[in-house]
Design a protein around this ligand. Structure first.
Ligand SMILES: Cc1ncc(COP(=O)(O)O)c(C=O)c1O
Length: 364
């Protein structure tokens, strides 16, 4: 048998049917596609980090429970005695832990559509059914449809990205609470963009036994370290922790994030700058005729263009060395949509200039 025969016989058909998560090549480009923080570390931080690394040995496994980070976050988040943290290699890994631990035969995973693609992908990896409930055309929750879908499908777990990716909006708090109250299973509020948002469900964990909250350091300047965490009652967390592979958070990540938290004011200042620049860019984009700008509480802005334009504008920007995310190919509610991560002010202005020229070229 040739190798394709082996693969086809042995790899699960639903895995063969998937496409690998695609990361766009971005060398030498202005990178506004992946919700990264555009700012590096200050020279002072860089010097202090190098000092911190001096004399470190890397021959031992890392602290399996990341106790220093755990202590730092437990204090900062002011967690109650019954609340615990589980760390993941990015919050992607946390999604995987949750879904793996809940993968009873026939269990379903539910989320609004469109939303972060990993909920769907990981449900498929694990062999669970995934139900996406369409948002309204303006990307708000369709609450009656969501409640009805929960009733019908009885999902074991519901994921709500708050704010949502790729749309940028935060759903109405009362509607999220309705979902938590009526859900037959666990609700995971994914606060990946919390640093740029006005509201959080962290304090609500104490009120709802079926709620946990997930966050990440990826959007606040530490994407390279890959660290996410979830917070919830220890009854949930101790179960998810059993599925976590030992030593999933490497030594450099544990050291680096703890180090960066000593410079919290720098990271907070960058997030505040990004929020202010988001408002500036949103107002500038709104001035273009035919460009619909959706409200954002994240570090990106999603826009809708006239039918058929999005891919042409995306390609034009790319030819000018500016990489954003073309959502249009996903179709459905995202047809004609583009997503722009907020960069440094000069990057945002370079984007705007190129965007304006391509919009004009395509209008004439
Ligand atoms: C809503 C949401 N959750 C989780 C993630 C994953 O983040 P991490 O880098 O921590 O894996 C993303 C990344 O884009 C996201 O948009």
């Amino acid at each position: 048998m040739n190798i394709t025969g082996w693969v086809e016989r042995l790899i699960r058909p639903e895995i063969r049917a998937l496409h690998a998560y695609h990361v766009q090549p971005a060398a030498d480009m202005i990178k506004l596609d992946a919700m990264e923080n555009p700012y590096g570390w200050t020279p002072e931080m860089q010097m202090a980090w190098v000092e911190r690394l001096r004399g470190q040995c890397f021959n031992r496994y890392p602290d399996p429970s990341a106790s220093k980070l755990r202590e730092l976050l437990t204090q900062r988040l002011d967690l109650a005695d019954n609340q615990q943290i589980v760390f993941g290699n990015g919050s992607d890994e946390l999604i995987q832990l949750i879904i793996m631990a809940m993968a009873n035969a026939g269990a379903k995973v539910m989320a609004p559509a469109p939303t972060f693609v990993m909920y769907d992908m990981i449900a498929r990896f694990v062999g669970l059914d995934y139900v996406g409930v369409p948002l309204n055309a303006d990307f708000t929750l369709n609450l009656p449809a969501f409640l009805q879908a929960m009733q019908q499908h009885q999902p074991a777990v519901v994921f709500l990205a708050y704010p949502n990716n790729p749309t940028g909006n935060a759903f109405a708090r009362e509607e999220v609470e309705q979902i938590i109250k009526q859900a037959p299973g666990l609700v995971v509020v994914d606060e990946a963009y919390n640093a740029f948002a006005d509201d959080s469900f962290l304090a609500d964990i104490a009120r709802y036994p079926n709620l946990i909250v997930m966050r990440t350091f990826s959007k606040v300047g530490l994407a390279a370290f890959r660290l996410g965490y979830m917070v919830g009652d220890q009854a949930w967390m101790s179960e998810f922790d059993k599925v976590r592979l030992p030593y999933n958070i490497n030594v450099l990540t544990q050291m680096g994030v703890a180090f960066a938290l000593e410079f919290e004011d720098v990271l907070a200042g960058q997030a505040a700058q990004i929020k202010a620049d988001r408002e500036t860019l949103a107002a500038q984009l709104a001035e273009f005729v035919g460009v619909q700008v959706y409200p954002s509480q994240a570090n990106f802005i999603t826009i809708r263009l006239a039918p058929g334009l999005a891919t042409r504008i995306f390609e034009g920007l790319k030819a000018d060395g500016i990489l954003i995310k073309n959502l249009s190919s996903a179709g459905g509610l995202l047809a004609d949509c583009l997503r722009i991560t907020i960069g440094a002010p000069n990057e945002n202005q370079a984007f705007l200039k190129s965007f304006a020229s391509h919009l004009q070229a395509n209008a004439s």
